[in-house]
Design a protein around this ligand. Structure first.
Ligand code: FES
Ligand code: FE2
Length: 410
């Protein structure tokens, strides 16, 4: 009852706007929502046994380390004694020891040693720990409260004749800039037009469409002749799609999974894993060519993109052989929107449908979460996933006819 005797009205829920999706700190609506899901947080191969790394995910810092037995562990960032960053300590078995005064913490977070204390008070100390495990070449973590949901699996990336090819990049803008770009294949023929193998947006601009699916959204990029590129968006931040060939020796569209994971509100990590169906000598050669491409890179893509945005360099001056041109082009257009895009200033059209639908789904789900109402249970069913309709060759054939410079890869 209120002071005047009338029944209390439940507090009105805030009306969510797309800008609310940009903030993922603890306690924010999007931060609470994102913390209901598992996310990749690190490349497994870069976390060696017995080593620790500092990481930041959704505005929170953590310590990630791999025990000497090979198992990854994720803990709070700072030592509970006097706050030194735990990643500068060292790993003993599956425990981590703080470098400052030698407190030691087991993988469950229990304090196991306080060497400088005449009367140790181990029972009063507990290090926060979070579930994490290796999968598909990444360390995945669950950063929410309580029991984690089952970690999603992607069987089509587990058992096949070929190799997994990993990539990632840090992008200096909000993760929603990039997520909106992910299914937006109307950008490909313009943003990537001077990239070898790119579609030409003037030659044929596809018609975009999208519909909600069991996993998130099915996104249609329709070229003429019912040739349709189909991408699957998985809630809340995943994409399953076919990407342009990047290796001249394997000139087929590669099947990829990608995740957009916020580091903070101004930057995020794009994690990518591609299924490349090459075995034996061809797999070895593929990996050697990748090594050579990586070694030939002259600079950090984000740094080049920032120079382009400052007007010090032009995209047309960049050599695709020596830089990650595709990534740089995406950096330029996404960071060019503003680190946090201003949604109030947008004028959306039909080609933005996938983006509008994603925002509707996010709004619906976050509103349900805030109201304590049931949310949709998202489900990835590989038997229902389709990534192309019609003929890729026909699309390329048409592009070859229409393009003047004949650079489309076949
Ligand atoms: S700050 Fe870690 S042991 Fe003192
Ligand atoms: Fe792109």
């Amino acid at each position: 009852m209120s002071s005047n005797g009338t029944p209390e009205q439940p507090a009105a829920l805030p009306r969510l706007k797309p800008a609310d999706f940009q903030r993922t700190g603890p306690g924010t609506p999007a931060g609470r929502f994102m913390r209901l899901f598992w996310h990749p947080v690190f490349h497994s191969a870069d976390l060696k046994p017995g080593k620790a790394k500092p990481i930041k995910i959704m505005n929170v810092q953590y310590t990630l380390y791999r025990g000497e037995d090979g198992q990854p562990h994720l803990t709070q960032f700072r030592c509970p004694h006097r706050g030194t960053q735990l990643s500068v300590g060292w790993v003993e078995g599956d425990s981590i020891r703080c470098r400052y005064h030698g407190w030691k913490f087991g993988s469950s977070g229990a304090c196991e040693a306080q060497p400088a204390e005449p009367k140790p008070f181990l029972d009063r100390i507990k290090l926060e720990t979070y579930p994490c495990r290796d999968y598909l070449g990444f360390v995945f973590a669950y950063l929410g409260d309580g029991e984690p949901p089952e970690m999603p699996r992607y069987p089509e990336f587990e058992n096949f004749d070929g190799i997994l090819d990993h990539d990632s990049c840090v992008r200096g803008c909000n993760y929603f800039n990039d997520m909106d770009n992910g299914g937006d294949h109307a950008h490909s023929g313009f943003a990537h037009r001077n990239n070898p193998g790119a579609f030409d947006g003037f030659a044929e601009c596809p018609v975009m469409d999208a519909e909600e699916s069991d996993w998130g959204m099915t996104i249609y990029t329709q070229f003429s002749g019912d040739n349709t590129r189909i991408s699957q968006f998985g809630m809340p931040n995943i994409m399953h799609f076919k990407g342009q060939p990047i290796d001249p020796g394997v000139a087929i569209f590669r099947e990829l999974l990608s995740w957009w994971v916020p580091i903070d509100d101004e930057s995020h990590m794009l994690f990518l894993v591609a299924r490349v169906e090459v075995t034996g000598d061809k797999a070895r050669e593929y990996l050697e060519r990748k090594e050579r491409r990586l070694a030939a890179r002259i600079s950090d893509g984000m740094e080049i993109a920032m120079r382009v945005l400052r007007g010090e360099l032009e995209l047309d001056e960049l050599d695709p052989e020596t830089c990650q041109l595709l990534h740089i082009q995406d950096h330029v257009v996404q960071v060019g929107q503003g680190v946090l895009a201003n949604y109030d200033a947008e004028n959306l059209g039909r080609s933005d449908r996938q983006m509008v639908l994603r925002r509707r789904i996010w709004t619906r789900e976050l509103t349900a979460m805030l109201a304590g109402a049931p949310m949709k249970r998202w489900h990835h069913d590989p038997t229902k996933i389709k990534l192309w309709r019609g003929s890729l060759e026909q699309v390329y054939e048409k592009q070859r006819e229409l393009r003047s410079d004949q650079t489309v890869i076949s």
